[in-house]
Design a protein around this ligand. Structure first.
Ligand code: TRP
Length: 316
């Protein structure tokens, strides 16, 4: 059976970008394939090195995984640092990864530019550790967002080099995967780029956000002066609002606002109100589960321990 693996870094709370880019696919895939979903707490260390926050984030991502519908009865759910064999493979793969290609990685360049004082070797070899995460299970499919495509390409390269040097077909080549075929990029609310934790608090809608917070963030989202002529092209910030609407609203609602845009009758206030309401409807049941689960440390411990059958090092 084909194997599926994916993970999310534990660097803070998860948001709608994580949900629609990754988690939604995890939840669907778990019933179809042999699935491994983990919490990338070692990858988190490349940029987030506060030990107290790191522990908290591991617990919070685990809670969010379960609240979104990952089922420990059908998928293997674990914490990256609880599978130290990953580091052994990482060491071997490091011998097959070249400084030049690592330095050219888009995510590396971006992070190095953002934090010039913390360009650590772990950041440089981030794609190698990610390849080890995937190859250790010999996974074929990796449900991730569009921003991870380059990392997957590198994982295929490392797998090929390993196979070539040591044993043909030892590792399968892993591919990024999305149910809708195209990889999804979920935009943020500030007009450009993707929804992310580090792009400012108002850019992302977190799965834990309450109704008022969602409303406030959406009402603040960037808009322009409105369409100047019928059927015109949308500027990026408006396109983004429509992309988000598409994710959380029904097709009639989307069509209604598309028509309003096209005949220049659109009122951004109405669009935002609708978007906020549909986001609230979407997030509320997840948030309620998160709040519930978070009280239950014993259950979370049990879930994290389940696959590896040993005490969990980092959870609490
Ligand atoms: N790089 C991924 C991200 O930032 C997280 C990650 C680490 C991952 N290792 C992985 C994703 C292995 C898929 C497979 O979202």
């Amino acid at each position: 059976m084909e194997k599926v693996l994916s993970g999310i870094r534990s660097t803070g709370q998860l948001h709608l970008g994580n949900y629609f880019g990754a988690l939604r696919n995890f939840v669907k895939l778990q019933h179809e394939k042999e699935c491994y979903f983990f919490i990338a707490n070692v990858h988190a260390l490349t940029t987030h090195n506060d030990p107290v926050q790191l522990r908290e984030s591991v617990k919070s991502v685990l809670t969010e995984y379960i609240a979104c519908g990952l089922d420990p009865d059908v998928a293997a759910i674990y914490i990256q640092s609880d599978l130290p064999e990953t580091y052994e493979l990482y060491t071997l793969l490091n011998m097959l990864a070249y400084k030049g290609e690592l330095e050219k990685t888009v995510s590396f360049k971006e992070k190095a530019r953002k934090s010039p004082n913390n360009v650590n070797a772990g950041l440089l070899t981030y794609p190698v550790l990610m390849a080890a995460d995937i190859l250790i299970h010999r996974a074929h499919k990796v449900p991730v967002g569009k921003d991870q495509e380059q990392h997957l390409e590198m994982a295929r390269n490392f797998a090929q080099r390993f196979n070539h040097r040591y044993e043909e077909d030892f590792f399968p080549e892993p591919f990024a995967f999305n149910f809708g075929d195209e990889l999804v990029k979920v935009p943020g609310l500030d007009g450009n780029g993707k929804m992310g934790k580090s792009e400012g608090v108002n850019n992302a809608i977190f799965l834990r956000d309450d109704d008022q917070t969602i409303q406030k963030k959406v009402m603040k989202a960037k808009t322009d002066g409105g369409p100047q002529s019928e059927n015109s092209e949308k500027p990026e910030e408006i396109k983004n609002l429509f992309t988000l609407l598409n994710l959380v609203s029904n097709t009639d609602t989307v069509q209604f606002f598309e028509d309003k845009w096209n005949d220049c009758g659109i009122r951004y206030g109405d669009l935002k109100k609708q978007l906020a309401q549909d986001m609230i409807n979407f997030v509320t049941p997840i948030r309620e589960k998160i709040v519930d689960l978070e009280q239950n440390d014993a259950l979370l411990q049990k879930i994290a321990r389940r696959v590896l059958k040993k005490p969990v090092q980092v959870l609490m």
